[in-house]
Design a protein around this ligand. Structure first.
Ligand code: SF4
Ligand code: SF4
Length: 403
């Protein structure tokens, strides 16, 4: 553990505030929770270093590390600034487990996406077949009741970064992320249209995954390689003063926070300072957008994903939605339980669905015409579980500008 993390660990006074907000602990009585798996386990590891105990002394705690969904709610709740989720990630290092084929597939959404989009017309109907879903679950431990749906190759966003010419001033780089790139390019198109309406010149990168799925799968070495590659790809543009904007809360959280925590380098900090969530970036155009949007008479459930809350951009996104006259907003901020690839793992299906069911119940009580959420995996989960049309905020804003 690094020295800074060591120091922050000492700030934990065992108040248990983090325990109270953990969605996994709330729905799985066997789960020890963030206080035990974060600061407590880190202390055991530190003490082990001094007294010669092996980390295996923590037994059951170590086995439970796999059940953390990485939502970061514990870290947000800690009144003493203890980086609980970071400690849990570091504690996982001692597990040294062999990754299953399923975990390797989920850890590389770029490879999966490239294969899926190449054969989308064939692949999508197959993945919707319930018999195929049962076989995949039995053979790979992949829960496919909510099947992946790949975009067709002809619909994908085309990278434009290679056409970069002249000064960087007035241009932004759009980082779509794997979900938009391979499953929902229509979200990316809506964002680019919106920027075009606002007179912003945006360029799209050749996609390299942000690396978060690799880290979530416990492959720190390969995750760090992906982090370093992205830092090098964007270095030149960041030095020219360009801003990098994402529409995916998990990508922006990773680029802004996790790279710095994991690498601790000046280059990682430099990239982080240039990355913006779409909501932070669009804030400066609020008055312009307010003049452009037409009324939408709809009742919406506005969902705040965990990773939006973790980077403090929830209010910025909500303020953008408030620009649309006639839109009735009902905010829901619970975890949907999907947590990226977490809900696709068969052994986590029970807790994942239990977490999501209370959110889906809350949404049903609102009786919304639409659900709005910026996270791709929350979007898929909520639309599947509720049957309500679910859109990204940039899609809604772009629609409101067109009407
Ligand atoms: S990590 Fe923070 S919230 Fe959790 S027990 Fe320690 S001080 Fe309390
Ligand atoms: S990151 Fe989320 S699931 Fe993991 S311990 Fe913290 S609150 Fe619980």
């Amino acid at each position: 553990m690094n020295e800074q993390l060591d120091r922050l660990l000492d700030h934990c006074i065992k108040c248990s505030d983090c325990q109270g907000v953990c969605p996994v602990a709330a729905h799985n009585p066997q789960y020890p929770g963030p206080k035990l798996l974060g600061p407590d386990l880190a202390r055991i590891k530190c003490a082990g270093g001094a007294k010669g105990n092996t980390p295996e002394a923590a037994g059951e705690l170590l086995r439970s590390l796999e059940m953390c969904s990485g939502c970061q709610r514990c870290e947000l709740a800690c009144p003493y600034g203890v980086p609980v989720a970071q400690l849990i990630r570091q504690n996982r290092d001692v597990l040294q487990r062999k990754l299953l084929l399923r975990d390797k597939m989920l850890a590389t959404p770029q490879v999966l996406g490239q294969m899926g989009t190449a054969i989308a017309p064939l692949m999508n109907p197959v993945l919707r077949n319930s018999l195929v879903q049962k076989m995949i679950k039995g053979m790979l431990g992949l829960e496919m009741e909510q099947p992946l749906a790949f975009a067709s190759r002809k619909d994908l966003l085309q990278p434009t970064l290679r056409q970069w010419a002249g000064a960087a001033e007035g241009k932004v780089i759009y980082f779509p992320g794997c979900h938009v790139n391979y499953q929902e390019p229509e979200v990316g198109r809506a964002f680019l249209q919106l920027l075009d309406i606002l007179g912003v010149k945006a360029l799209v990168t050749d996609q390299i995954c942000c690396g978060m799925p690799l880290l979530a799968a416990g492959n720190r070495e390969k995750a760090h390689t992906a982090f370093q590659r992205n830092i090098q790809i964007f270095k030149e543009y960041v030095e020219q003063g360009s801003q990098i904007v994402t529409t995916c809360p998990s990508c922006s959280l990773t680029l802004k926070k996790i790279y710095v925590e994991e690498l601790g380098t000046e280059e990682a900090r430099q990239l982080a300072s240039a990355v913006y969530d779409y909501s932070e970036y669009l804030e400066q155009y609020s008055s312009c957008l307010a003049a452009l949007v037409h009324p939408l008479r709809e009742r919406a459930a506005y969902h705040l994903p965990c990773h939006t809350q973790a980077q403090g951009t929830g209010l910025a996104g909500l303020q953008l939605m408030r620009l649309v006259p006639g839109l009735e907003l009902n905010v829901v901020d619970d975890c949907c339980g999907q947590s990226g690839t977490y809900g696709f793992k068969a052994e986590k299906q029970g807790v994942s669905r239990a977490i999501g069911s209370s959110l889906v119940w809350r949404i049903a009580s609102i009786e919304p015409d639409i659900i709005i959420t910026p996270c791709g995996s929350c979007k898929d989960r909520l639309s599947f579980a509720s049957g309500v049309q679910t859109v990204h905020p940039v899609q809604l804003l772009n629609n409101a500008c067109q009407k």
